[in-house]
Design a protein. Structure first.
Length: 382
């Protein structure tokens, strides 16, 4: 997937100084699989960024919210993390490289699913920023790790339970391929609650290969995506236009359909939502968190509304908004890439629970001979 200038800024939490290094830095030679870092072994705990029983930062919650008891969680989430490496001196990053932004991924993104699910988030040999632009082989190597982690998850950990796919940025790019290569058209598809493929291009014609785009809060077995942009700004178009992406068994870079955009305040593809419909936004986590079970910052209610327009999720965050919602991407490009999860934190958290409950109810109805409509109301927890 080509990234351009926005992609070079788009590492999770990257700062301006590191961005300049990434732009002018390149690996010392062409991609060579023999020089790639060792592959992770997903039978070992150090190959996972998040794993049930580790009591890691993904178990953190904002005030007033509680993480579900993992032993009682009705579903799992397989979460594919975004780019966290700030340099371009290698094609692929060692899976056990300790990124200072790993805590932000766990606190600001993966934790949103701890109200419904056990969280499995593999480390993988992520493609560096330069590789995303210049080496399809490096991207394929990163995907290979993700696919291997997913197979291990299914064969050894999931045990036939319903599951969600969730991802951001580079992780979302890998999720587009994973859905096609490992899930669609297999028995696993019946256990897929939903795919949250956020912060990257996801083609809107997934329905033509058997995975409909979500268009309702309780719909299950569907895909949703969005890329958040300040209303009136155009920089975020770089994330959704002229992409190379995996489609029907190979890479495609022509005839691109529009990007999926589902509004996380309505869970519909059409229509605007006012700020009053946004129950709570999480500021970008800062600093290094060293203790598991850390309490996250209090959520900010009614930060912004949202509307899908031209393939982007457009928001209007006022200059008077609390700190933690602006960064170099939003200032320079008008892209809230780093806030794709946090700006809608409470809405996503509630929706993940809601879809899991809808899947469970639908499965129960199938077992008793009567399928339930995804749009039929399901009671949910507070």
């Amino acid at each position: 997937m080509g990234t351009g200038a926005l992609g070079l800024l788009g590492v999770f939490g990257i700062g301006p100084a590191a961005t300049l290094v990434a732009i002018f830095e390149s690996p010392s030679g062409p991609f060579d699989p023999a020089r790639a870092p060792p592959a992770p072994d997903y039978a070992h705990s150090d190959a996972w960024l998040a794993f049930p029983g580790h009591n890691g930062l993904e178990r953190s919650t904002p005030p007033g919210m509680t993480a579900i008891d993992e032993a009682k969680a009705p579903a799992d989430v397989f979460f594919i993390h975004p780019t966290t490496y700030q340099r371009s001196n290698v094609w692929n990053v060692a899976y056990d490289h300790a990124s200072e932004f790993d805590p932000a991924v766990l606190l600001g993104q993966a934790s949103v699913f701890n109200g419904c699910c056990r969280i499995f988030a593999p480390h993988y040999r992520q493609a560096s920023l330069r590789a995303l632009d210049r080496s399809r082989d490096a991207v394929a190597l990163a995907y290979g790790d993700v696919a291997q982690a997913f197979r291990h998850f299914i064969e050894h950990e999931n045990r036939g339970r319903p599951f969600l796919i969730a991802a951001h940025s580079q992780g979302a790019m890998h999720a587009v391929r994973l859905l096609q290569a490992e899930i669609l058209g297999t028995p696993l598809q019946s256990r897929l609650v939903a795919a949250y493929v956020i912060g990257a291009y996801a083609p809107s014609d997934f329905g033509t290969i058997g995975l409909p785009v979500c268009d309702g809060a309780r719909q299950v077995g569907c895909i949703l995506s969005w890329n958040t942009s300040q209303s009136g700004r155009t920089g975020a178009f770089q994330l959704i236009r002229d992409k190379t992406y995996w489609w029907r068994g190979g890479e495609k870079n022509t005839g691109q359909p529009p990007a999926i955009c589902v509004n996380p305040l309505t869970w519909r593809r059409e229509g605007a939502a006012p700020a009053t419909d946004n129950p709570g936004s999480l500021p970008f986590p800062t600093g290094k968190a060293s203790e598991p079970g850390r309490t996250l910052a209090a959520l900010t209610p009614h930060l912004t509304g949202a509307v899908c327009d031209e393939g982007l999720l457009k928001v209007d965050i006022a200059w008077s908004a609390p700190s933690g919602f602006r960064d170099s991407l939003s200032l320079i490009y008008g892209s809230y890439h780093l806030g794709d999860y946090g700006i809608f934190y409470a809405a996503i958290r509630r929706n993940a629970r809601e879809r899991v409950q809808a899947w469970t109810a639908e499965a129960s109805e199938r077992g008793s001979g009567g399928p339930r409509s995804p749009e039929q109301a399901i009671p949910i927890m507070n």
